[in-house]
Design a protein around this ligand. Structure first.
Ligand SMILES: Cc1cc2nc3c(=O)[nH]c(=O)nc-3n(C[C@H](O)[C@H](O)[C@H](O)COP(=O)(O)O)c2cc1C
Length: 292
């Protein structure tokens, strides 16, 4: 399945078979963790494979997962990063690229949030200058023929966190309680809403459609875009009152999705981590996608 098809199928796996990965899949993961990562590698990010999921899940109850509820999985990846916005965005970008790759190999995954890097490091006796950004649970899904059903278009059981499962095509996303009402794409300046005709003309409408599937904390889909001539700036709504590095992690995840959609639709380009635009004070700037 090509990457753009995978984007629409992406689904978190929260229940796993009580079974370790096969030797081949284990090897594959170890090889994917080797550098280079799918970004210009500046050493900001580090990934570790945690073999004994049962023990890790026990240790991390109360300190990882929504409200401290760990997802039980046979293995985990742990993502560490330099403690700044760029590092966290890179971590999201790299983590999301791995998730799609593993999904294509029939390995289920789920992002697992971390509220306190220090608490996780302490529990796992991990010594690193870097911060723990998040975990990724992984293993074979418990649901019978999970990937066959997913890939053949039959819906797998819906997540308790996504209210509508696979959303229908619509330019403006479903408005739910976690999603502030409002448009997703602006032209030139924040507040100047891009109309769908313009996006169709530029060939971009489908890109924003694919963005609906990008994972986000609590499925809040916090990203917004500003078209600046041929470039596109991404802004991410902060999760809380003040900017947190977790906002940047979500930015990085969305940046990977966006780049994949753009490349899949034939628009070559790449992200710059620096972007300039006036955005409301509860948004951070994630980056600027520069067309080639
Ligand atoms: C940064 C981040 C942290 C997340 N943490 C958790 C988590 O701790 N527990 C969980 O069940 N899902 C977690 N998720 C998964 C999201 O809930 C999921 O991507 C989104 O709700 C879409 O749901 P679906 O994949 O089930 O369709 C996290 C996602 C992101 C991006």
């Amino acid at each position: 399945m090509n990457k753009i098809e995978l984007m629409e199928k992406i689904k978190s796996v929260r229940e796993y078979q009580n079974k370790k990965l096969s030797r081949e899949d284990h090897q594959l993961i170890l090889s994917l963790l080797e550098r280079p990562y799918p970004l210009e590698d500046d050493g900001n990010v580090e990934l570790l494979f945690l073999e004994d999921g049962e023990q890790i899940a026990e240790l991390l109850v109360g300190v990882a997962g929504y409200h401290g509820r760990m997802i039980q999985a046979p293995h985990y990846l742990i993502i560490l990063s330099r403690p700044d916005g760029v590092g966290y965005r890179e971590a999201g970008f790299i983590g999301q690229s791995l998730i799609l790759r593993l999904m294509n190999e029939g390995i289920g995954t789920c992002w697992v949030s971390v509220d306190s890097s220090d608490a996780v490091k302490e529990k796992l006796q991990l010594e690193s200058e870097k911060e723990v950004v998040a975990l990724i649970a992984l293993g074979y899904p418990r649901e019978d023929k999970f990937f066959e059903k997913l890939f053949s278009g039959i819906k797998a059981s819906k997540s308790p966190y996504s209210e509508k499962g696979y959303a229908d095509f619509s330019f403006e996303y479903e408005k739910d309680t976690r999603q502030p009402a409002g448009p997703v794409v602006y032209t030139d300046n924040w507040g100047k809403v891009a109309d769908s005709d313009e996006l169709v003309r530029r060939g971009y409408l489908e890109i924003y459609h694919y963005m609906k599937y990008a994972p986000s904390w609590g499925n809040r889909r916090p990203w917004r875009f500003i078209l600046q001539d041929n470039d596109i700036v991404m802004a991410v709504q902060q999760m809380g009152e003040v900017e947190q590095l977790a906002d940047h992690l979500e930015g990085g995840i969305a940046m990977y999705f966006f780049q994949l959609a753009m490349h899949g639709m034939g628009f070559r380009g790449h992200w710059l981590m620096d972007a300039q635009a006036d955005v409301p004070s509860n948004y951070i700037l994630a980056g600027k996608y520069v067309s080639e």
